[in-house]
Design a protein around this ligand. Structure first.
Ligand code: SAM
Length: 439
């Protein structure tokens, strides 16, 4: 196989189901791009069209964040996912965020809302910038997301919350509190008296200030602006993908349900591991994602494919798509015809990876509990066989690594005549992607 001279500008995964958005473009679109470059590139197309934007940007922590990719049963390969160091200082960070917010404002539709997820470091500064862009009257809440995590401070109170600033684009904004209601449930309430009426309906009463307050167990409770009921992702949480700073799906579910309807467009321009995109898909919202990290792109691709036939999405490469150095892929292709005569004969193409050598050097990555002598298929995290049409790669079938798998299937079979040239798209565990054609 030889690498393609001209790389496609992206890939298009067709879901082939009725709910997919194929008629007017994909259901979801991910841009592998720096946010300012990527957002200015989409303003023309999406101006005033996005219903909900959630951003979880770098917090100015001064830290480097990692993606700990599971390899084999117990191993890890540690990558740098992104840096949150702002060597040029706070002004540089705030100027960058101001530019992002200006794009956010023009992308939102008049019914739209914006949720900015930050913490104590920058919340006050960003609030002032956002008040200017959105107008003070359009600031709706500062949500406190309080969580329990390890570690206790000794010289001040422990910092156990994030701040989520909630703005509307205009007073016409859509907000659905009903969608967030949860039944009070049967939990015993201290200091309250339980009563059961003639119909068997259970209520709890409490006397306060000379008045009696009554709550029915089957009535709903709604979240306030302090969220204590959503746990952050602990070390062994099954949701955890290994991408530092990944947020829980329950958090995004609450935000998406509150401020969008099925079919609306939800966007996240610092997508990371793809929590927003994944929850948007599960709640039948269209989505736009963006991230400059190749690891974020690779993690999002697999996470979205894992959702199965519900999804239909494109990934555009505005980042670097060609890795430095040369990789080597050896593939065996066989075409069989069944039955080999007659009009209805069917062709089966079997494509098998025989060997692969990555372009990058594994020594720049930290390996834990992994046999250093990785070879062949063990390097491959995702691969697909498909066609290039126009500037896009259309995978026909793809295979990807799940947690705990040391190797993925080395064979893909395709049925049909396959008139066009078949192309292989491969992403290795180092995060590099390559496109190859048959010689
Ligand atoms: C806090 S993480 C987002 C985590 C995400 N909410 C999740 O649940 O996984 C911030 C993301 O912003 C991305 N990022 C940082 N600077 C960026 C830039 N200039 N352009 C695009 N993405 C950027 C990082 O790669 C990282 O994935």
């Amino acid at each position: 196989m030889i690498t393609l001279d001209k790389y496609p500008i992206g890939e298009y995964h067709y879901a082939k189901n009725e709910a997919s958005g194929s008629l007017d473009g994909p259901w979801g679109t991910f841009y592998w791009a720096d946010v300012l470059d990527g957002m200015s590139g989409i303003v023309e197309r999406y101006e005033g069209k996005i219903q909900l934007i959630y951003l979880d940007p770098p917090f100015m922590t001064g830290c480097i964040y990692r993606y700990r990719q599971k390899i084999g049963e117990k191993g890890y390969l540690e990558h740098i996912a992104y840096s949150d160091r702002w060597v040029e200082g706070k002004k540089h960070y705030l100027d960058f965020m101001t530019e992002v917010f200006e794009h956010v404002y023009s992308l939102l539709n008049p019914e739209g809302s914006f949720f900015l997820h930050v913490d104590y470091r920058t919340c006050a500064y960003l609030r002032i910038i956002l008040d200017k862009i959105f107008g003070e009257k359009n600031f709706l809440n500062e949500i406190i997301w309080h969580y329990q995590s390890g570690g206790r401070a000794k010289r001040h109170f422990s910092r156990k919350h994030d701040n989520i600033l909630f703005y509307r684009k205009s007073p016409k904004h859509y907000f659905n509190m009903e969608a967030l209601g949860k039944e009070r449930g049967t939990k015993k309430r201290n200091n309250m008296k339980m009563q059961v009426d003639d119909n068997g309906r259970v209520s709890w009463t409490i006397k306060s200030g000379g008045r009696i307050y009554r709550y029915y167990e089957d009535s709903k409770i709604y979240p306030s602006d302090v969220w204590t009921d959503i746990s952050h992702l602990h070390q062994r949480d099954p949701e955890r993908i290994g991408y530092d700073t990944q947020k829980p799906e329950a958090l995004l579910e609450r935000i998406i349900l509150s401020s969008s309807r099925p079919g609306d467009v939800v966007a996240d321009f610092f997508a990371g591991s793809g929590t927003t995109l994944s929850v948007a898909t599960m709640l039948s919202r269209k989505w736009i994602g963006m991230d400059s990290s190749p690891h974020a792109m690779n993690v999002c691709r697999k996470r979205l494919l894992g959702l199965g036939a519900r999804n239909d999405f494109a990934i555009y490469y505005k980042g670097k798509s060609r890795p430095i150095g040369k990789s080597e892929l050896i593939v065996e292709k066989q075409v069989d015809q069944y039955p080999d005569d007659g009009e209805n004969s069917k062709r089966i193409h079997t494509i098998r990876i025989v060997d692969y050598k990555p372009a990058s050097d594994t020594r720049i990555h930290v390996l834990e509990n992994v046999d250093q002598d990785i070879k062949g298929m063990e390097y491959i995290d995702y691969w697909a066989v498909g066609h290039i049409k126009g500037d896009l790669f259309y995978p026909i079938k793809c295979v990807w690594r799940m947690d705990g798998q040391s190797v993925i299937n080395d064979t893909i079979t395709l049925n049909g005549s396959m008139n066009k040239d078949l192309v292989v798209h491969l992403v290795d565990i180092l995060g590099d992607q390559h496109f190859y054609k048959f010689i």
